[in-house]
Design a protein. Structure first.
Length: 362
């Protein structure tokens, strides 16, 4: 699969090398009708939610002059494919795509959603050359290009993300890192924005990304109206990290520090010193710290903090304990300390996390 993506990247870069270099812009449309043109490049197996949300979000953006009824449409959104006509989705229906890749030629923004076949080397290899040819139609200076979910694989293969910060769905992060080591992958955020290139973490994060683009193009008032019309928050707190499950697992006692880690998990509620942990293995603190890092890739303090965060997440999701009680049970001591650590690790407060994953209030 890695060689296939590399070949695709080489093909795309060579086929589009004659294109003018993108120049920064403010999101203003190029078209006489005053509308910003969005082209969505879809592939077989496209996820209907990702395709639909782009049309919904941009379609709901109206000029503020219209008041409560809404003014003129600010965007025109078209869907295109390598070959126009019926296109399979990952659901039990097909969609009819009226436009071919030439629609990318006069687009102000190009969006590449995911397909459930991204991780199928045979399928993606077969589509590699046509996709390269399709992306070569992007020739307008300053064209903005974005991906949703694993659509980032296409942008990375095309060389659009080299040296840039990007994101993709957390489940695909390891594959992405292996295939595209020259991309600065950040799997913890909902979306990234580097120059004229943007990436969203997953399907719902595509909504956040569309609102971000609308906000940048036409201001917060228009973006907020779109959010209200679609009954979504204008801005979500935190990032993708809060959605990544990291269950607290019992470590293997066969490793030289496994017994100490298992003991620590049973005593997370109280302060734990390096000396206490080292004593569980009858080692000096220095030897224990060195071996611990060799086996886990983390220092004992980093590992303990991570385990306490996961214990707190579990308690917030599964119990109605007050924040101070959760902090005590997970070893942070005080609610203030828990809030600080959760905000650093997940970008959200304990209350916001509980509301998201339990639906209750503190």
């Amino acid at each position: 699969m890695a060689s296939m993506w590399k070949n695709l990247a080489m093909t795309v870069v060579s086929s589009s090398s004659a294109s003018p270099s993108p120049t920064p812009r403010t999101g203003a449309p190029f078209h006489d009708d005053g509308r910003h043109r969005v082209a969505v490049l879809v592939r077989p197996g496209v996820m209907p939610l990702e395709l639909g949300l782009v049309h919904q979000m941009f379609g709901a953006a109206r000029s503020p002059e219209g008041g409560a009824e809404g003014g003129a449409a600010l965007y025109e959104t078209v869907t295109c494919a390598v070959t126009p006509g019926p296109l399979r989705t990952n659901a039990d229906f097909t969609v009819h795509v009226a436009h071919g890749p030439e629609a990318l030629g006069d687009a102000d923004t190009v969006i590449v959603p995911a397909t459930h076949e991204d991780d199928d080397p045979e399928t993606t290899g077969r589509l590699g050359a046509p996709l390269a040819q399709a992306l070569s139609h992007i020739r307008r200076p300053g064209t903005r290009i974005a991906s949703i979910c694993t659509g980032a694989f296409v942008l990375a293969a095309a060389g659009w993300l080299d040296g840039m910060r990007a994101t993709t769905h957390w489940k695909s992060a390891e594959d992405f890192r292996r295939l595209f080591p020259h991309v600065d992958l950040d799997p913890d955020v909902l979306y990234t924005h580097e120059g004229e290139v943007l990436t969203a973490a997953g399907e719902a994060a595509g909504i956040d990304l569309c609102l971000h683009m609308i906000r940048g193009d036409h201001g917060a008032a228009v973006a907020n109206d779109v959010a209200r019309a679609t009954v979504v928050p204008p801005h979500r707190e935190g990032g993708q990290a809060q959605f990544v499950p990291r269950p607290v697992a019992e470590p293997s006692v066969r490793s030289s520090t496994g017994a100490a880690r298992a003991w620590a998990l049973r005593h997370l509620h109280r302060p734990l010193s390096l000396r206490e942990l080292a004593e569980q293995e009858a080692m000096s603190v220095r030897t224990f710290t060195r071996r611990f890092r060799e086996e886990t890739g983390l220092t004992p303090v980093q590992w303990l903090t991570r385990q306490r965060i996961e214990r707190a997440r579990q308690l917030l999701e599964e119990t109605d304990m007050p924040v101070d009680a959760v902090a005590a049970r997970s070893g942070f001591g005080t609610g203030a300390s828990l809030r600080q650590h959760m905000h650093t690790a997940l970008g959200v407060s304990p209350r916001a996390y509980r509301v998201t994953f339990r639906g209750g209030a503190l």
